[in-house]
Design a protein around this ligand. Structure first.
Ligand code: FA5
Ligand code: MG
Length: 469
């Protein structure tokens, strides 16, 4: 995967790039022509594109997906599910259709896996929102429609116990068709309908054993998180209530399931109440936008981003102006699954070890019992960044992570910056990263770890022209 070719860079200097010999990659049976200047997908990532853990009904991620789908559809079955979208999407789907500005950091090569200028591995399930809005268009005749999309998403990121370059999201949306009040004194039918829908969700919430305590200081709306012009204050208020209660229902269901399983296993620190909070957020395709966090074992855990869908997205999907209002959310499945099933390291979700997989079964929340703990082995890599051409050779941390991941794969548990030093006289900068090599399935030998570390060091020199210390 890493034959070398020399490519001219922006500054006119030459840099050694890792490019693909065949100038194409095959993902889910489809061949894509790569652009060597842009392409940063690697074999180790491509190998994960057909795993679809969210579809495995006895896998923690699949069990959780099923649980949430069932709960949301327990009220009126209004959510159509889409769980088979492939991970390669266009920049149009992932960014443009959602109104991402051209210079949005999410588009950068350091954060996103690109195949060429137009194709990438989706960074979120929102990439399929536009298509799903189109596909449920005919369902809205009955005044309300919705969808749920679950899929694997890809982001270049750091390496530790809670970060992996692939994770899973569930996207949800609900829309209502607007109506006019027939006689001036009565409320329009869609307002009555949304009020009823809120009541149904609230009734479900009341049935949960442990009630959630919600704090929300995002209301009333402020200038930095404004409503859209085309919606009335009442519509914004009702849609937001329906959105927030629906997500609270999901959170409540999931954590109540966990509490029940803790009670059964006579666990000591069973929470007596569930605290969640709403905070303001920003997403280019929703306004206003929020995130929900849950207080779990001493910290706030971010679960989900959401908001009221911008009219632009609905217009692009073919809805008539001002015809439709609604909301959307995007929820991370992996971290909730780790917490529910007590999985200590995110890499475990990807293992094919039967000792892991055999512990879970469809529809049940159980606690993972570690089958072994193999010791880790630390190695430091310290290097000087090149002085002469800093703009060309600056090592982005995610590039370094990617190099290590490609060499050591799931044998690397974490990579941490432990020293960052700038020489006071020369201005030269040096970095030191500590790599923890550790396998989840077996003991690693010293020789094996040394060989991995040597390869990492030479790759850094070769790719970035760093000088090892
Ligand atoms: C999004 O991805 C938006 N698409 C969500 C959205 C959808 C907003 C629809 C509005 C309307 P964000 O990057 O915050 O937002 O990710 C959403 C959730 O995915 C987070 O709350 C978190 O639970 C999860 N998540 C994000 N990054 C990671 C990661 N590296 N590892 C595991 N889970 C993650
Ligand atoms: Mg977020």
């Amino acid at each position: 995967m890493f034959p070398n070719s020399i490519v001219r860079t922006r500054t006119g200097l030459y840099r050694l790039y890792s490019t693909l010999k065949a100038q194409h990659v095959e993902i889910n049976g489809v061949k894509y022509t790569t652009n060597p200047k842009i392409c940063n997908v690697t074999d180790s990532i491509i190998n994960l594109t057909d795993k679809a853990l969210h579809l495995k009904e006895s896998h923690p991620v699949g069990i959780l997906r099923d649980l949430i789908e069932k709960k949301l559809n327990s009220i009126d079955k209004s959510f159509k599910t889409f769980n088979n979208f492939r991970p390669v999407v266009t920049t149009m789907e992932n960014f443009d259709s959602l109104g991402f500005p051209k210079d949005h950091p999410g588009r950068s090569k350091s954060d996103t896996y690109y195949i060429n200028e137009t194709h990438l591995l989706r960074t979120h399930t929102s990439a399929h929102e536009l298509e799903c809005f189109q596909r449920i268009k005919n369902n809205i005749d009955g005044s309300k429609a919705g969808f749920l999309i679950s899929a694997d998403v890809y982001r270049r990121d750091e390496i530790d116990k809670t970060h992996y370059p692939v994770f899973h999201q569930m996207e949800g949306a609900t829309i209502w068709k607007r109506t006019e009040a027939k006689d001036g004194s009565k409320e329009p039918t869609h307002i009555v309908k949304i009020r009823d829908d809120i009541k149904s969700v609230e009734d479900q919430l009341k049935k949960e054993n442990v009630k959630i305590t919600v704090s929300d200081d995002t209301l009333p709306l402020k200038e930095d998180n404004p409503k859209q012009e085309y919606m009335t204050d009442l519509e914004v208020d009702l849609c937001s209530q329906h959105l927030k209660r629906s997500i609270e229902l999901v959170v409540s269901e999931v954590f109540n399931k966990k509490i029940t399983s803790m009670v059964e296993s006579k666990s000591n620190d069973i929470p007596k109440q569930l605290k969640v909070r709403w905070i303001n957020a920003y997403f280019p395709w929703t306004a206003p936008s929020w995130e929900i966090e849950v207080w779990w074992q001493g910290e706030w855990l971010e679960l989900c981003g959401c908001g009221l869908i911008r009219q632009d997205v609905l217009l692009k999907a073919g809805y008539k102006p001002s015809e439709t209002i609604g909301w959307a959310f995007g929820l991370g499945l992996d971290r909730i699954a780790m917490l529910l099933f007590e999985i200590p390291d995110i890499r475990l979700l990807w293992t094919s070890d039967e000792r892991f997989l055999k512990q879970f079964s469809k529809g049940s929340i159980s606690s993972f019992k570690p089958y072994s703990k193999h010791p880790g082995s630390f190695r430091d890599v310290a290097f000087w960044l090149p002085m002469d051409k800093p703009d060309v050779h600056q090592v982005h941390e995610n590039d370094l992570m990617e190099i290590i991941r490609n060499i050591a794969g799931d044998l690397v548990e974490s990579v941490k910056l432990v020293d960052d030093f700038t020489h006071p006289k020369t201005g030269r900068k040096s970095l030191c990263y500590r790599i923890n090599y550790q396998s989840m399935d077996r003991n690693l030998t010293n020789a094996e770890v040394n060989a991995l570390q040597d390869t990492v060091c030479s790759k850094l020199v070769e790719e970035y022209g760093v000088r090892l210390r």
